[in-house]
Design a protein around this ligand. Structure first.
Ligand code: QAP
Ligand code: CO
Length: 166
């Protein structure tokens, strides 16, 4: 397995729209394993392929304390959403920044798992937020784009300054 580089905001590659995956290959399963390792060492609870500069419809989530409950979503599609909730979100591509975002409270998502089998899942709470956050990445959207222009510009400049002085 390998640790992959995570793109950090503001990187124009984070705005790439991901392409659908046609089939689950060994190479794709290797990418899933590398993304999982990358997410676990970070540590994070969710990672989209976009964040490791792979522009395909793949995301992973693990909300467990024990980091052994990996959930893989290939070609995820939200088919129903309901209610609203506010949640303070972070992102491995926006290190050190946590801001509240309003999203649907419940979502129903259709996707394929690591073996290419399709499944449907109803999620609420943190899992629902995480699925919506990661699907946004696949559409080229970063959570800071929900914030005001003023906040977004402050975050942009803070992260650019961090990059310069690293
Ligand atoms: C997305 O985010 C998410 O700033 C996953 O310094 C987050 O794993 C969805 C992380 C919250 C819903 C709620 C962020 C790690 C990890 C940082 C993450 C950092 C180190 C973020
Ligand atoms: Co993110």
């Amino acid at each position: 397995m390998a640790i992959l580089d995570i793109l950090s905001y503001p990187d124009p590659r984070l705005h790439t729209v991901a392409k659908p995956i046609k089939e689950v290959s060994g190479a794709l399963q290797r990418l899933i394993d590398d993304m999982a390792e990358t997410m676990y060492v970070a540590p994070g609870i969710g990672l989209a392929a976009t964040q490791v500069d792979q522009h395909i419809q793949l995301l992973i989530i693990d909300l467990s304390e024990t980091k052994d409950q990996l959930q893989v979503f290939i070609n995820p599609k939200i088919i129903a959403r309901d209610g609203v909730q506010d949640y303070e979100e972070g992102c491995l591509s926006v290190p050190g920044v946590y801001e509240t975002v309003t999203r649907a409270e419940r979502v129903t998502v259709e996707a394929w798992n690591r073996d290419g089998q399709s499944f449907t899942l109803e999620a609420h709470g943190l899992l629902s937020v995480c699925i919506q956050h990661e699907i946004d990445h696949l559409q080229g959207k970063v959570f800071v784009e929900y914030l005001s222009l003023l906040k977004r510009n402050r975050i942009k400049h803070k992260l650019l300054k961090q990059k310069r002085t690293r």
